[in-house]
Design a protein around this ligand. Structure first.
Ligand SMILES: [Zn+2]
Length: 282
């Protein structure tokens, strides 16, 4: 099962960087979301694909037409928080307020219930699992934030969940579609989005896809925007993660969508036999 998802944010929503941390900083940068969304819609049209869009409430606020366009095209809308802050840097009260605000903005625009969530930077670690009861309380039924490996912003290696499963949140079952990893030269890497998707040649991505019974992708509007300005002061790692291989990302993903079957999250939810999945107590 291969799932196609996009995180809908601006090109300057870069984590762990002082000049892109808060809303007041963001106001200094030009908006590029419309031209980048055009590329995503074109990609989906040309490959006849379905996708789920994890949208920032902030984008819904500033550019409601973007959310309306996604909804009008019949694609599924989920939340990626309101203000794109790392969950483990928030207090539970701040996290709750931010999530509630994002759900409200998205639901007000579409009139449809927001069922699914992905944390900015997959920022749920072992010590901030308090996120999960808040998701349940806010009506979230599917989470896509689990990343069972250590990485820059998130990752809870102890969960060891690499396929769809249930998170047992105080007796309530939350469906989880985690990020998958693949062993490359002895390391567990993610190839289904971000810097490694852009770095690896297409043949290698294809081989990793063949080896993986479950793939959760995550792309951003900025991944296809070779003309975006360079944000000053980024670390070398951040530069690689955010800027390497932008030129080839669109054609590479297009080829992938033409060669492999993909579903959106709702389609994946229907395909999973939920009576047979693993369960993790969180
Ligand atoms: Zn994000």
């Amino acid at each position: 099962m291969n799932i196609l998802t996009f995180d809908i944010e601006e090109w300057f929503h870069i984590l762990d960087n002082d000049s892109t941390r808060t809303e007041s900083e963001w106001s200094r940068y030009e908006s590029r979301i419309h031209q980048n969304m055009d590329l995503i819609f074109q990609l989906l049209d040309e490959t006849n694909s379905r996708a789920t869009f994890f949208c920032l409430g902030w984008v819904a606020d500033k550019h409601p037409d973007v959310i309306r366009r996604i909804d009008a095209a019949g694609y599924e809308i989920a939340t990626h928080s309101y203000a794109h802050q790392l969950a483990y840097e928030q207090t539970p009260a701040q996290f709750q307020a931010d999530l509630e605000r994002s759900i409200k903005h998205l639901q007000d625009l579409t009139g449809k219930k927001v069922r699914s969530y992905r944390a900015p930077g997959f920022s749920i670690k072992e010590y901030n699992r308090w996120v999960f009861p808040i998701l349940v309380e806010q009506g979230i039924e599917i989470d896509c934030s689990v990343f069972s490996a250590r990485r820059a912003h998130g990752g809870d290696a102890s969960l060891k969940l690499f396929e769809p499963g249930y998170l047992n949140v105080g007796g309530t079952l939350l469906k989880e579609f985690p990020i998958n990893t693949a062993a490359v030269l002895g390391q567990d890497l993610i190839f289904s989005g971000g810097g490694y998707f852009r770095l690896f040649p297409y043949g290698m991505i294809k081989e990793l896809m063949r080896r993986s019974p479950y793939v959760m992708t995550y792309f951003h509007p900025r991944d296809f925007d070779a003309g975006q300005p360079m944000i000053p002061g980024l670390s070398r790692t951040r530069k690689f993660k955010s800027y390497y291989g932008l030129q080839n990302c669109w054609p590479k993903l297009k080829q992938l969508l033409l060669e492999f079957p993909f579903v959106d999250l709702a389609g994946a939810d229907q395909q999973v036999d939920w009576t047979k999945v693993v369960e993790r107590v969180v």
